[in-house]
Design a protein around this ligand. Structure first.
Ligand code: PLP
Length: 424
């Protein structure tokens, strides 16, 4: 595959952008080689600067659940843009998207729009602290909740990919209020809670982890967290930035039948525009300014282009619940196909999947936490990544990221993907 234009662009990018990229995992630093520069995308396919075409399993890290340049979304953005790109004043559209999300997901009386998943999680933690009057919170090793200081402790995503043990710039004071324990380990949560009685404001979790690769909650695990939170008056925060509107209309809350106290969104909610949100019961959410004193704001929050993009995509997901059945079928088809063609010798593997989130770990053991994810063979993954890329299949350039299936993908695309894997 010729990627000479990408190589030239990458050289040039590094002269004016740190590492040549505006978000670290894009740089291919862990898998090696040159990141391909994307020119455009349509449906399930990416087109790079050299004219190569790829089947996309990143889908902008989640948002493109119905594929790239989805016609109704593009049309809506174009129409909206003619009426100006931002007002810094309220609009009817913001009410409509809020009402729609309340219909789709459980546990939401009030929802506040922000511009990224990072902002959503950062604000949810501030609100939990303001509401409970407690400072500490629990997060899980390998989970990623954006790059706010307090979350960069044993974090997933790029922090895990680049094996950064301690992020310079995060003060010891901030880190001290972040308690961590292993995913899927209820006993560890119980002992942290016991050791910090009445000090813990919140437990924040990716209800299905996607930032250490795809890791599912054990049966009953989310329910057990819910019980602990109720008993200890701790707020349970589901970070549904990845899982929201992907696993079901109502995200992981609906899929696993557990309602959180606060829910954060990103990715699909903006259909590829910069959007995040945090939401929950009125009793908690009304502590946010201007009703309450927990301050949170944003010049571009509720931006009309972002809102119309999100509203258009969410409306379609809401009107067509069969999309989730189709995604489940496609996910199962890919999983089955990969299991059949990947050879356990010389590379033992394990596959985790829920709906349209899937990961291949090159490990002989089950992966149910961060230790399991890091025990997998990263070198083999990197080789696999490049093999697939050469075959025109674009996977996340990290063993610590889930793959996302869009509903624009066809069974023929899945067959091509499986066939490519068979040649690894
Ligand atoms: C992507 C992600 C975030 C951060 O969202 P940004 O929009 O990148 O700031 C937070 N939490 C989870 C679970 C994510 O996957």
């Amino acid at each position: 595959m010729n990627i000479s234009s990408s190589k030239t662009l990458f050289e040039r990018a590094q002269q004016s952008i740190p590492g040549g990229v505006n978000s670290p995992v894009r740089a291919f630093k862990s898998v090696g080689g040159t990141p391909v520069f994307i020119d455009s995308a349509k449906g399930a396919y990416l087109h790079d600067a050299d004219g190569n075409k790829y089947i996309d399993f990143i889908n902008s890290w989640g948002p493109m659940i119905l594929g790239h340049a989805h016609e109704p979304v593009i049309r809506a953005i174009e129409e909206k843009a003619a009426g100006s790109t931002s007002f810094g004043a309220p609009t009817q559209l913001e009410i409509e998207i809020a009402e729609l999300i309340k219909k789709m997901a459980p546990g939401i009386d009030l929802i506040r729009m922000v511009s990224s998943g990072t902002e959503a999680c950062m604000s949810a933690i501030r609100l939990a602290r303001g509401y409970t009057g407690r400072n500490k919170f629990i997060k899980f090793e390998g989970c990623y909740h954006g790059h706010a200081d307090c979350f960069l402790v044993k974090a997933g995503s790029g922090v895990a990919t680049f094996n950064i043990q301690k992020v310079p710039g995060v003060t010891a004071g901030v880190a001290a209020d972040t308690l961590t324990c292993s995913y899927n380990d209820i006993a560890a949560v119980e002992s942290l809670v016991a050791a910090h009685k009445n000090e813990i404001a919140a437990i924040i979790i990716e209800p299905v982890a996607g930032n250490m690769g795809c890791v599912l909650p054990n049966e009953g695990y989310l329910q057990a967290l819910r019980k602990i939170c109720d008993r200890e008056k701790i707020l349970l925060i589901f970070d549904e930035v990845m899982t929201g509107f992907r696993l079901a209309k109502g995200g992981a809350q609906e899929k696993f039948g557990v309602t959180a106290d606060l829910i954060t969104y990103g990715k699909i909610i903006g259909a590829g525009m910069p959007v995040g949100a945090f939401a929950g019961r009125k009793e908690i959410m009304q502590h946010i300014a201007p009703v309450g004193a927990v301050y949170q704001a944003g010049t571009l929050s509720g931006n009309p282009l972002a809102m119309i993009a999100g509203y258009t995509l969410l409306s379609e997901l809401n009107a067509h619940p069969e999309i989730y059945e189709e995604l489940e079928k496609k996910g199962a088809y890919l999983e089955k196909g990969l299991r059949e063609v990947l050879s356990p010798k010389p590379y033992p593997f394990t596959i985790n999947r829920v709906g349209s989130m899937i990961s291949v770990f090159f490990s002989a053991n089950e992966v149910c936490d961060f230790a399991g994810a890091t025990a997998a063979n990263i070198e083999v993954f990197n080789k696999f990544f490049h093999h697939m890329l050469d075959c025109g299949v674009y996977l996340p350039p990290s063993a610590f990221e889930t793959w996302f299936i869009s509903n624009a993908i066809t069974y023929q695309d899945l067959d091509r993907t499986i066939e490519a894997a068979s040649r690894f």
